[in-house]
Structures are given as C-alpha cells and as structure tokens.
Design a protein around this ligand. Structure first.
Ligand SMILES: NC(=O)c1ccc[n+]([C@@H]2O[C@H](COP(=O)([O-])OP(=O)(O)OC[C@H]3O[C@@H](n4cnc5c(N)ncnc54)[C@H](OP(=O)(O)O)[C@@H]3O)[C@@H](O)[C@H]2O)c1
Length: 316
C-alpha cells in the first residue's frame, strides 16, 4: 500500500513528491491545525508556519502522533515547533540543504567588513587618496557550532587563507575539514576571532549564549555574524557590546522576534547590517530540499530511516 504523505509544502513541490517512484498519496494539511493530519497520514512534511509557533504553549493534542510514523521538517531548526512534535516516532530535519548558500552569505559579510569597496569607491579626483583596507587572509574566523553550516563556512575560510577556530557540542566525530583548530569552549573561540560566526541550534543550552560576559571576552573590534537563531544572542547585550566598541560590527540574518518591532534599535544601528532571514536563499536551496525529501522517501518506503534524525534529548 502506498504511503500517505501530508505536506505543508507548496503545491509545485507536492506534485514532485507525488511523482516519487513509490507513488505516495499526497494529501492536504489543515492550515489552522496541521497536526490533525496525524489521523490519516504516515508521513507529515512540516514547515515553520506561525500556527506551529502559536501551538508551542498548548497541550499535546490527543490525536498526536496518531498514525504518523515520520515527521519531516523542511527547516533545520525545530525550535519553531511545539515540543510535543518530537513525540512522533521519527522527526527528521533539512540539515545541509541550505548550508552552502548560508556559508556564501557569511563570506560576503566577512568581505564586506574587511574590504568595503562600495565605501572605498571614489567619484572624483579630490577623493583620490590612500585608504587602508582590512584583510581576509590572515584573519581569524571563529565558528560557534560546527555542523553543516559551520563546516561549509570553514571550507571557504580555510581556502581564503584565514585561520579557522571552531567549537561544537560533542567532540566524538571527525572534524571533516582540514586545517580547523577545534576548541573546547565557546569563549576560547570568541576570544581570538576577528569574525565570530554563530551556527548553533536554538536549544535551552544556547539561549542567550552570547551575553555580556561572552561579549566581554571578544577581541576588541570583532565582527559578529549570526545566521543561526536570534535567541542565541542577548540582543540588549549585543547593543551594549557594539556601543562600547567591544564589537565593531554585527551582521544579523536572524533576530528575536522576527520581524523585530517597528523602531527597534537594530534596524538603524550604524554598526549593524540586518537581513530578513534570507541567508538560506530558498530560491536556490529549494531544489536541494526536494532532492533530500525524495531520497528520504526512497529510504523510508524501503523500510529504512530517513537522514538527519532529530534527537529529542539534544533538541537538534
Ligand atoms: N538563517 C537561516 O535561514 C538558517 C538556515 C538553516 C539553519 N539555521 C539555523 O542554524 C543552525 C545550525 O544549522 P546546521 O545545519 O549547521 O545544524 P547542525 O548540522 O545540526 O549543526 C549544529 C552544530 O551546533 C553544535 N552545537 C549544538 N549545541 C551546541 C552548544 N551548546 N555549544 C556549541 N556547539 C553546539 C553542534 O555540535 P555537535 O557537532 O557536537 O552536534 C553542531 O556542530 C540550525 O539549528 C538553525 O537553527 C538557520
């Protein structure tokens, strides 16, 4: 019997999923209560719509996880979902589908900080004078969180001649990128980095990981780049670190909340560049997401586990 897949993804992707060789039956998900799909679906493909966030404070519905055998998240972070989502037999995430795009964004931010050609450009002979530029080769890039995004950043940064420091939660697995110095503590990375890249998941452990105490350890003039989640950074502490000059600049693709309310200081701070959670560049990452789900459907239909299973005890 073919799998019943309830999908919150766009119709064009659902049509592609329906063409999977296992010929799954794709059904719609109730927009207001997507968890109700648990009654009739084997697989639920979710994306972080506001209704999931609103359900975070609510009790687990009686019908959950119902018939579901697999919840497939189209995002890497599962922090948008209510904790009871993880009571499904298997929850997988989209790890790796946008990490190359996000790493490109990080490198763009590093070059913008080191070599601001727009700022250096001249429009008349009177402006023709020497101006010092910063460096990328010879700089130190510190990566906090060494998963799919952290490793993609490290591959690029080492190739550009930067020294790369990294920290991760565990130390069990091989590093996977040659030339990276793995440190034991976040502060050991932050202390020596010119560019600090935040690439950890939002978990209770990482909430406000970047606080006054950690910013006080940063190298004066450091550049913070957050492509992970707004909650990892205490935004008030960030503003204090920028105002005191401890940090020279912050490039933020994520904030808490999103969007920030009208008039929030991070919109207009002279030393902040804020982008609206676009570093994953969905237009390009979409194809990789579809390919990943198709591959996982093949595995699942053959009785195997999908890739990148979320571990409830870790929260990612
Ligand atoms: N801006 C965006 O559009 C966007 C897109 C995708 C993802 N994200 C966010 O970025 C996060 C990272 O993505 P990813 O694909 O790189 O995830 P990932 O492959 O799961 O990597 C997460 C990394 O963080 C490390 N980590 C977890 N808790 C830590 C802690 N307390 N201290 C230090 N390191 C810790 C993990 O350590 P181990 O290696 O030991 O497990 C792992 O190396 C996601 O969880 C998501 O929230 C944002």
């Amino acid at each position: 019997m073919s799998l019943v897949v309830a999908s919150q993804l766009e119709p064009a992707i659902n049509e592609e999923l329906a063409r999977h060789p296992s010929r799954p039956k794709i059904i719609a998900v109730p927009e207001d209560e997507p968890w109700r799909a648990a009654r009739e679906a084997d697989v639920l493909v979710v994306r972080p719509t506001p209704v999931w966030r609103e359900a975070r404070g609510e009790e687990q519905p009686d019908l959950w996880p119902g018939r579901l055998r697999w919840v497939c998240s189209a995002s890497v972070g599962i922090d948008f979902y209510p904790p009871w989502l993880l009571d499904a037999p298997i929850v997988s995430c989209a790890r790796g589908t946008a990490s190359e795009e996000i790493a490109d964004y990080v490198i763009a931010a590093i070059y913008r900080q080191a070599k601001d050609l727009a700022e250096a450009a001249v429009t008349s002979p009177t402006q023709w004078r020497y101006r010092a530029l910063g460096q990328v080769n010879g700089s130190t890039v510190g990566i906090v969180g060494f998963g799919a995004i952290g490793r993609a950043v490290a591959r690029r940064a080492t190739a550009l001649g930067a020294r790369v420091l990294a920290v991760r939660r565990s130390r069990e697995a091989a590093l996977g990128v040659i030339g990276v110095e793995l440190r034991d503590h976040v502060a050991d990375v932050v202390r020596d980095a010119d560019h600090i890249v935040v690439a950890v998941p939002a978990t209770p452990e990482t909430r406000h990981l970047f606080d006054d105490a950690l910013f006080a350890r940063a190298k004066p003039g450091a550049h913070l780049i957050n492509v992970a989640r707004g909650s990892v950074v205490d935004q008030e502490a960030l503003v204090r670190a920028l105002d005191s000059g401890r940090l020279a600049f912050a490039t933020l693709d994520v904030t808490e909340p999103e969007p920030l309310p009208e008039g929030h200081v991070l919109y207009t701070h002279a030393n902040v560049r804020l982008t609206p959670h676009i570093s994953s560049n969905y237009t390009l990452a979409r194809g990789k997401l579809v390919a990943k789900i198709m591959g996982d459907l093949t595995r699942f239909a053959a009785g195997q586990k999908p890739s990148d299973i979320v571990l409830p005890e870790r929260g990612y």
